[in-house]
Ligand binder design. Structure first.
Ligand code: PMV
Length: 318
């Protein structure tokens, strides 16, 4: 067995969202989802066994609350047999918890590192199932480019797989509106969204949109990808507003960016939005348009930071 194992996984942005749990403890979703893994945003995680009395986490060189990772490691001990306490060191190259799903890259990297440390067979489906238990979206970060998480109905049947492992020319421009920790956790947000009277209609529509999205990716039709992703994401946020305790991740700045992107599309540019559990907007465009659009966004919103992200690869050992 190796003494220390280091793995890296990239974050992903869902084009068809996961927003609701059929089983909260197991992270079984109400919908299947599809995402693109992003090259510039990733987490690098090292793990080693320790004689300490508890698992520990050092995140970005600082001691951090280890309760969530310790719970995850306990789940792994239940699955694979008991093992000693683990020291985790993690570097997050993702603005933490601002709707950029750092939990996706974090739990995918931790899963891969632990599979190495425990000498488990590197089976992608099994890694995806385990990553899912840490954070649902992490199930998709095992893979590069485009992956689909088939919702399944129990632990064994709910995992992601590679859908199309090619760069189709899609670019995302991430507008960093706030790097603050999100106000409403995704678990709580999902629970509330599921109380919306329109929620089951969103779930049904999502299954149709997933098929449309798969076809659009296979055709490298970025306009269709953008239109479907935008409709799916805005629908997700509508459930939050219609829940029995209405809430909203959007800020007025989020809305300004959305309006600006919609106008850019009306003026003939490829530009669409998707938004996760936070105020940041991800703008979907293509490689040929990314620089022109970035310049327009920077001119309009000089106070915001923008990053261009293209598709990234699967998890890897370092
Ligand atoms: O993986 P979680 O529990 O943080 O949920 C992520 C949910 C969204 O990012 C909003 C959507 C998605 O499919 O990634």
């Amino acid at each position: 067995m190796k003494n220390i194992v280091t793995a890296r996984a990239h974050t992903n942005i869902a084009l068809i969202k996961y927003w609701g749990k059929a089983d909260i403890a197991l992270n079984i979703p109400t919908t299947s989802s599809l995402s693109m893994t992003l090259e510039p945003f990733y987490t690098t995680t090292s793990v080693e066994f320790t004689d300490n009395e508890s698992d520990s986490l050092i995140l970005n060189s600082e001691v951090a609350d280890s309760s969530r990772v310790s719970q995850f490691l306990e789940m792994m001990r239940g699955q694979y047999g008991n093992f000693p306490k683990v020291m985790i060191q993690s570097e997050n190259h993702v603005p933490t918890a601002a709707g950029l799903a750092s939990s996706a890259s974090s739990f995918a990297a931790l899963t891969a590192a632990m599979f190495g440390l425990l000498d488990l067979e590197k089976d992608d489906s099994e890694m995806s199932r385990i990553a899912r238990r840490g954070s649902g979206s992490a199930s998709r970060s095992i893979f590069g480019n485009f992956s689909v998480w088939n919702k399944g109905e129990d632990h064994q049947s709910s995992f992601a797989e590679s859908f199309y492992n090619e760069d189709i020319g899609l670019s995302m421009i991430v507008a960093e509106i706030s790097a603050e920790k999100k106000k409403m956790s995704s678990t709580k947000g999902m629970q509330l969204a599921q109380t919306a009277p329109t929620y089951s209609a969103w779930v049904e529509k999502s299954a149709i949109q997933l098929e449309e999205m798969k076809q659009a990716i296979l055709n490298a039709d970025i306009e269709k990808v953008g239109l479907v992703a935008q409709d799916n994401a805005l629908g997700m946020h509508e459930q939050n507003r219609l829940s029995n305790q209405p809430f909203d991740y959007f800020t007025h700045e989020t809305r300004h960016v959305i309006d600006f992107v919609n106008q850019a599309y009306q003026s003939g540019l490829l530009a669409f939005v998707t938004i996760d559990a936070g105020p940041n907007v991800k703008i979907i465009t293509d490689h040929a348009t990314e620089k022109v659009l970035l310049a327009k966004l920077q001119a309009e919103f000089p106070e915001l930071t923008f990053d261009i992200a293209r598709a990234g690869g699967a998890y890897e050992y370092l």
